[in-house]
Design a protein around this ligand. Structure first.
Ligand code: FAD
Length: 485
């Protein structure tokens, strides 16, 4: 019988058993372990959006099953400000240690720092580990020791440092704390939407470690071949759809890299595809690097010159964008895919973000907030960095004057209109030539396709040429060129 004090493993965005250094540390310690998840209410930590709550609900169910079935333990659920929850559990169990895997957004860092100092002062040891990144934000620096603001040199330095990262196996056994601990009822957390339940279109997702492993295997064995050339075409199932699994830590980047390298060794023909895929994961790393050095990335322009940008306050246009009613088919298809499934293809995310910030001149923070609420992969680093990238205010951003023409983007990346037909069914019978610009089809073509502009489908809410000129005028008013600041 063990007399050692218990050790609390605090799960956060690391909802897995394999390659989980905090869990492995606890298992190796031989101390009795308490597995804990906290639905945190610490002020300053960003609350989860609705789609993320849906995902979390299922991911926790999956983790609880895995802890029970493979390790014979029990996942304890508690709700409240994390420090209060931990202090109560320490008082109740006599735990002498807490361990977790690190997060990199400002709110989480501030919370974790406060928790570490309060618990340490109370004689409880806190240890933290890296589960979420190949390289932690401070591990890759420029020659002068500063942080990177441009992706290419960042990734050159960071990818060279990746080599030796071997994922940890699932612990073979864990000694569990034997006391009787109360756990919240997950259903009482009401993470699943009700009144109305809008999650009917989320059915293809399989949150949890098993689902993540299945997605990774399926991607590498079939979709990876051709990824480099097909990844920009939203009608094709060509990308991994691993983003929510990575965000919640149901799989970690070390595992993804190791599996991808194995796949490329087995089938050298997919070498270039795997390299492109790894580079996308590199953007995820870069965005975390940027967020760590700019904790206010989700609320402040990376380039301060953008603070003077004359954003418009146009509630009706914002609402039309959110609902997929702008009259631009590729934009509306993307926004409806997002609302229905909790996910949107990357190319289309760029198009809809460009449309909001440039055609409608609406502040990128409005788009960031909507994505935060509706994406199952909503992630502070990736969401904020990408919104700022598209808006032109970010690190290594697309220049503001690069304004996507939604008609040309649609024609290029959805040439047969399959994506639009799927998500904007009221346009399905239009011929390919007009699927991305129904207002230019002649009246007879529209009539025979059952399209009544302004009735069955909106007329464009802005004219592309007019909106483009307006955006360029607003940009010039900033006085360009825009230094970082
Ligand atoms: P794949 O093409 O299979 O890529 C593999 C992985 O690489 C992804 O799962 C993701 O983790 C990472 N990745 C790919 N592209 C990017 C990128 N541009 N930036 C950072 N990481 C990338 N991604 C999120 O995970 N969460 C977000 O909240 C998010 N918000 C975005 C907002 C906007 C405006 C834009 C333009 C992009 C956003 N992205 C976000 C990035 C990207 O669109 C998604 O990661 C990608 O579409 C997920 O699909 P996938 O897993 O099939 O990607």
């Amino acid at each position: 019988m063990t007399t050692a004090a218990p050790l609390i493993v605090w799960f956060r965005n690391d909802l897995r058993l394999v390659d989980n250094p905090s869990l492995t540390h606890a298992a190796d310690s031989g101390q009795p372990v308490i597995a804990l998840y906290i639905l945190d209410g610490t002020p300053g930590v960003r609350r989860l959006g609705a789609a993320s709550r849906w995902w979390l609900d299922r991911s926790l169910a999956s983790l609880a099953d895995d802890v029970a079935a493979t390790l014979g333990g029990r996942l304890i659920l508690r709700r409240g400000p994390a420090l209060e929850v931990l202090e109560a559990l320490v008082a109740q169990t006599g735990a002498k240690g807490v361990c977790w895997n690190r997060l990199y957004d400002g709110g989480s860092i501030a919370r974790d720092t406060a928790i570490k100092s309060a618990l340490t002062a109370a004689g409880v040891t806190c240890q933290s580990f890296n589960a979420a990144l190949l390289n932690e934000p401070w591990a890759v620096t420029k020659a002068d020791g500063g942080d990177f603001r441009v992706f290419t040199p960042y990734w050159r330095a960071a990818s060279a440092a990746v080599g030796g990262a071997n994922p940890l196996p699932r612990p073979a056994a864990v000694t569990w704390f034997g006391g009787d601990l109360a756990s919240d009822d997950r259903a009482a957390w009401r993470l699943h939407p009700s009144a109305p339940d809008w999650s009917g279109g989320f059915g293809d997702w399989r949150p949890g470690e098993d689902g993540a492993r299945g997605r990774l295997d399926a991607f590498l064995s079939s979709e990876a071949a051709g990824y480099a050339s097909r990844r920009d075409f939203p009608a094709q199932p060509a990308t991994s759809r691993l983003s929510p699994h990575l965000h919640f830590g149901e799989v970690g980047p070390r595992q993804v890299f190791a599996a991808a390298a194995r796949a490329a060794l087995t089938d050298p023909a997919i070498g270039a595809d795997v390299e492109t895929f790894e580079k996308e994961l590199g953007w995820r790393e870069f965005n975390h690097h940027v967020l760590f050095h700019r904790p206010d990335l989700a609320t402040r322009n990376f380039r301060v010159a953008f603070d003077a940008f004359p954003w418009r306050d146009d509630r009706a246009a914002l609402e039309a964008w959110k609902r997929g009613q702008t009259g631009y088919p590729i934009v509306d298809a993307g926004m409806r895919q997002l609302w229905t499934t909790g996910w949107m293809h990357n190319r289309v995310r760029m198009i809809v973000a460009s449309f909001l910030t440039k055609h409608l001149l609406i502040d990128w923070r409005e788009g960031e907030a909507w994505f935060w609420d509706t994406l199952v992969d909503a992630d502070i680093a990736n969401n904020a960095a990408n919104w700022q990238w598209v808006a032109g205010s970010g690190a290594d951003a697309a220049p503001y004057f690069r304004i996507f023409n939604p008609v040309l983007q649609g024609a290029k990346y959805d040439p047969h209109g399959d994506y639009v037909r799927r998500w904007v069914p009221e346009l399905a019978r239009l011929p390919n030539a007009w699927i991305h610009e129904p207002w230019n089809a002649d009246a007879e073509t529209r009539r025979s396709a059952g399209v009544r502009l302004g009735a069955s489908y909106p007329a464009p809410i802005v004219d592309h040429a007019v909106a483009r000129d307006r955006a360029l005028t607003a940009y010039r008013a900033l006085g360009g060129p825009l230094p970082y600041g």
